[in-house]
Design a protein around this ligand. Structure first.
Ligand code: FES
Length: 144
């Protein structure tokens, strides 16, 4: 991919690589459908973000910078997101969770899985008009 960008922009591959590795928003591995980011800024760190991050690692079975095998979740840490009053802060996609404790991690992931299902159901309803119950149960059982 870097070679393609290099060719298109007529910029050396080394410069493309330098930009990708400098800015944390770029990555060389595909992100999950729901990127999970734990703020490790000072306020969040002091209020237990490291334990929250450890719980996400345990629940998802991945390390920071990795994506789950099913492609649903990727895990990253970042610096202050400007919501220190809510520390520790977790971002899942465009949703923000504040004052997160390690015990909240399971519910956050369940909430996100529910959103995956409701997104799918909405799209299915939109395309077919109605949803047959058997499809719904198949959908639920395949999501966990
Ligand atoms: S340190 Fe986490 S939001 Fe500021």
């Amino acid at each position: 991919m870097q070679e393609v960008v290099s060719d298109e922009l007529t910029v050396p591959v080394a410069k493309i690589y330098g930009v990708i590795t400098f800015y944390s928003f770029f990555t060389m591995t595909p992100k999950g459908k729901h990127p999970v980011s734990i703020c490790m800024g000072t306020a969040c760190y002091v209020r237990g973000a490291e334990k929250v991050l450890d719980e996400f690692k345990r629940e998802l079975g991945i390390q920071v910078g990795q994506t789950t095998k099913d492609g649903k979740f990727s895990l990253s840490s970042l610096r202050c997101v400007g919501a220190c009053g809510l520390a520790p802060v977790v971002l899942v996609g465009d949703k923000t969770y504040g004052r997160v404790a390690p015990d909240d991690v399971k519910n956050i992931l369940k909430d996100t899985n529910f959103n995956i299902i409701s997104d799918f159901v909405f799209k299915l309803k939109k395309s077919r008009g109605t949803l047959v119950p058997a499809q719904f149960f198949t959908l639920i059982s395949s999501s966990w």
